[in-house]
Design a binder for this molecule. Structure first.
Ligand SMILES: Cc1cc2nc3c(=O)[nH]c(=O)nc-3n(C[C@H](O)[C@H](O)[C@H](O)COP(=O)(O)O)c2cc1C
Length: 166
């Protein structure tokens, strides 16, 4: 059977930034592969490739922040998603701004549609990514903001509703 590729960009994704403690500082990386998995308990997953600097930092810290970007934060996504914390401090330029955590010791980001503080429940190696399951221990939403959306490698903002689910 021929190997199938290219399916990942067919999904419509929100864009999040994962924050994690890195020594005395904090690292941040963009992740579009995030999804909720349980309401009670509140669990989410984020899929991170083992070669990312953030990968082992999360294994060590056992907690991470998840900031769902607003539609005016494309620059934040590109900054956190194209540089590595191995080479640079991504907070130095001022593009990313930290917001103090409420429950954990890992900051989240300012200006987002929603932020979550997560405790690592489990890390499951799966294909070329690791599935990090996080228990959400703090949630903040800004209902005045809408999420940044990614589809087929292009960023979008939501502008028109076509109906209600609930
Ligand atoms: C829009 C966007 C989405 C991304 N989604 C993911 C993802 O879900 N999982 C992943 O491992 N890398 C993802 N990346 C790539 C990482 O963010 C990128 O490799 C980053 O430089 C890793 O940073 P680090 O080495 O400091 O951890 C994404 C990048 C962008 C720009």
């Amino acid at each position: 059977m021929a190997e199938v590729t290219g399916m990942t960009s067919e999904f419509c994704e929100s864009v999040a930034v994962v924050t994690v403690k890195a020594g005395d500082g904090v690292n941040a990386m963009t992740a579009a592969w995030t999804v909720p998995v349980s309401q009670r308990p509140a669990l989410i997953v984020v899929h991170i490739a083992p070669q990312r600097y953030s990968h082992n930092l999360i294994m060590e810290a056992k907690e991470f922040g998840l900031s769902i970007l607003a539609d005016d934060q494309m620059e934040v996504s590109q900054h956190a998603g194209t540089l590595s914390g191995r080479d640079v401090d991504k907070f130095e330029s001022g593009v990313l701004k930290q917001k103090a955590p409420k429950v954990t010791s890992t900051p989240v980001l300012e200006g987002c549609a929603a932020t979550m503080e997560c405790k690592l429940e489990k890390a499951i190696a799966m294909g070329d990514h690791t599935i990090f399951v996080g228990r959400v221990v703090a949630l903040e939403k800004d209902s005045s903001k809408r999420p940044l959306v990614l589809h087929r490698g292009t960023y979008y903002r939501l502008t028109e509703s076509v109906g209600k689910y609930y």
